[in-house]
Design a protein around this ligand. Sequence first.
Ligand code: ATP
Ligand code: MG
Length: 431
Amino acid sequence: MAEINKAPRGTNDVTPEQSYKWQFVEQKLIETAGLYGFKEIRVPVFEHTEVFIKNVGDTTDVVQKEMYTFTDKGDRSITLRPEFTAGVMRSIVEHSLTAGALPVKVCYLGGCYRYEKPQAGRLREFHQFGVECIGAASPIADAEVIAMANQLLSDIGIKKISLEINSIGCPTCRAEYHKALKAYFEGKKEELCGTCNERLERNPMRILDCKSPVCSAIAKEAPVVTDFLCDDCKAHFEAVKSYLSAMNVEYTVNPRIVRGLDYYNRTVFEFVSGDIGAQSTVCGGGRYDGLLGNMGGQDQPGLGFAMGVERLLMVLESQNVEIPSGKPCDIYIAPMGDAAALKAAVLCSQLREEGFEALTDIVGRGLKAQMRYANKIGARFTLVLGDSEIESGKAKLKCMENGEETEVDINALPDALYSATFAALADSINI
Ligand code: ATP
Ligand code: MG
């Protein structure tokens, strides 16, 4: 029987103590992507299974082994999104977004689902942030998207990460490469795993991405794709590299990156961290010029990337990057008695209208227990409200950091809290 006090294997909760980290990272990502003109797109968590088979490719691990697929009550085959690009392409076609201003620049953020063996950095529900740029074939677009990924990583606070790039050519030059690969792997057929034997017939490049130690050892000696690029692909790759250098984006060329999905062509890249163990790829992306046409849309070039939010947070943690924590409660009002409770509720709503986080007792605690609670949640100010305070209209506002008390007019509490907050701030930075 399933345990009802335990989240399903490979899923994580984000507790209230941790959520500020997610909010910080998510806000930064969307904000920085906005500087490059990317606007958020939201697509369903599930799509018709065919959307992923057609886009991700039926020779990939994702489609062959990892999808959460089920038949719904209307007898449709439905799949929880293992990634976003396929659904985003479907949406771009459905809403004819390419009929508007080109390039179409969209970014996304949300959960993805893959039936994988859970381990550090590998979950069954994980979160991706990513972008897609549709309608730009020029190498400047590749460089801009890679430079943006680089800036996103540094804006959230990552101190050190390496960028590896490669070109996997176009369908024309890749045909030659496939022949060479096939010839090489044919000679090692007996040693390759069962899945790779199938890949050998249908898509030998996939073998380079196999996680089995035997296959990856064999793949190390395989011919490299950069030796087979046609003149156009070579020129494109050289231009991407020179733009990156001009923009001071450091990279190394790694001819073994092929990326896990079927739809890439020309530029592919990964950001890899040495700080988080075996699941070290934080961001992966590349160009996928045929994809939109393949989905029945306008034939437009495209490129993009996706980063795993959990892995980003793991890098931040291992590099001891401090994430600004959420703002503490501005004021806790501790009422004594029914009349005071009513007044406290009114004062809190006035304060909230002014943008303060204002809390009061909603569980019926005594004064002592209320003050303990205010301490526990780290309230910056407290104010005790009894009958005499209500009568005189005056109460003591206490700064919890330095213990100072100021008499304030409770009928102008928002103003008093503004001044007290400012005075405490000035005090803490010694103005
Ligand atoms: P990997 O080689 O680690 O399996 P992938 O090539 O399958 O990665 P992509 O499909 O390119 O990954 O997804 C982009 C990013 O999403 C990855 O670089 C990673 O940061 C994150 N990611 C992918 N799968 C998982 C997972 N199961 N759990 C956590 N993060 C993941
Ligand atoms: Mg994978």
